[in-house]
Design a protein around this ligand. Structure first.
Ligand SMILES: Cc1cc2nc3c(=O)[nH]c(=O)nc-3n(C[C@H](O)[C@H](O)[C@H](O)COP(=O)(O)O)c2cc1C
Length: 331
């Protein structure tokens, strides 16, 4: 009996080859979880956003529950670039997957200062430029909504670091396709979509906004359809890979993002309840592809069927469906 070859989970982000397409979302998962999860099995590690100078976070409460997700306004406390290199980066270096450092700034200049401080530092495989945080008073969010500013920031960071640069996009814009195109024009190797969706959570009994900054970033399953839509629009707008993030907790979620156009995915909020979510997804994805006879995960990217809906045949391919090249059933 011939044994079927294990599906090829490798994906490429610019010059970076990842062993599989699954990595943590920035700010949701750190190397300290290596005590309970084998981080060597992840496609990559992604750090919390690092700023040039140390900064504190937002006032309490920083987290609030919401239907199908949660609202946060952490405000990105940071040790600053020097503190990151001294204290946190050595912990990342202990693990095999490439480390992608999330880079922040409250102005265009601040991104460049942080990039200069971190350029050439051993153990940084790529940067993910956070031009999308909804919880910062100045810069970030507004900057990420202006295509010309995104292009300038990405170009400036690309010119200062010798490794791939990924742009992390906000969904809180009119046209995410325009922002993705600007990032590509600036030299980004990929875009990540999406950061949190701007929201408000209210306690009806106390009449109080649930978090200290009143508005905050909604994450978790509630934002998945928004994230899928953004990935789909971004993937159609650019030639570079799209990394999908927003509400992913299961293998089905990952397949949905791949079909919508993602090359890789990130998992955030789901890891707070189950820190081993990513490992379960990697195992499940491999098993699912093998069962469906899909040789490589890359075959799924962008294979979404669009047009009139078809009956869900519960895992059996619909013979009347248009050809897409994807053997993965819907449902
Ligand atoms: C508590 C918390 C902190 C976060 N911190 C960051 C951050 O520092 N930088 C960043 O780019 N995104 C940050 N995010 C956004 C996530 O990386 C991700 O884009 C978002 O949570 C959507 O994915 P999810 O629904 O899987 O959580 C944070 C999200 C949460 C919930």
């Amino acid at each position: 009996m011939t044994r079927r070859k294990a599906p090829d989970l490798r994906v490429r982000i610019g010059s970076l080859e990842l062993a599989n397409p699954v990595m943590p979302a920035s700010g949701c998962f750190g190397p300290e979880l290596g005590a309970i999860v084998d981080l060597n099995r992840l496609g990559a590690m992604v750090t919390k956003t690092v700023f040039a100078a140390p900064r504190s976070g937002n006032p309490a409460h920083r987290l609030g529950e919401s239907y199908g997700g949660m609202l946060n306004s952490v405000g990105i406390p940071s040790d600053g670039a020097a503190g990151f290199v001294r204290r946190l980066l050595p912990e990342y270096r202990e693990w095999r997957p490439p480390t992608i450092v999330s880079l922040g700034g409250l102005s265009e200049e601040e991104y460049f200062v942080a990039a200069e401080q971190l350029a050439g530092v051993e153990g940084i495989a790529a940067f993910e430029v956070n031009v999308s945080c909804p919880n910062l008073e100045a810069g970030g969010h507004e900057l990420g909504a202006v295509p010309a500013a995104v292009e300038r920031v990405i170009r400036g960071v690309v010119s200062r670091v010798g490794v791939p640069v990924i742009a992390k996009l906000t969904p809180n814009v009119t046209s995410i396709a325009d922002i993705a195109r600007a990032a590509e024009a600036g030299g980004a190797s990929a875009v990540t979509a999406i950061n949190a969706v701007l929201g408000l959570a209210v306690d009806a009994r106390t009449r109080q906004a649930k978090i200290g900054t009143t508005t905050g970033g909604l994450t978790g399953p509630a934002i998945k359809p928004i994230a899928l839509r953004c990935v789909w629009q971004a993937a159609r707008a650019v030639q570079i890979p799209v990394i999908g993030v927003g509400g992913i907790a299961t293998v089905d979620d990952v397949i949905e993002f791949l079909l919508a156009g993602a090359t890789a995915v990130q998992v955030g909020t789901a890891t707070f309840t189950h820190p081993d979510t990513m490992l379960r997804i990697i195992d499940g994805l491999s098993a699912r592809l093998a069962a469906e006879g899909v040789a490589s995960v890359a075959e799924l990217t962008g294979a979404l069927k669009v047009g009139p809906a078809h009956h869900d045949l519960g895992g059996v391919l619909d013979a009347s469906a248009p050809e897409t090249g994807s053997p993965v059933p819907r449902g």
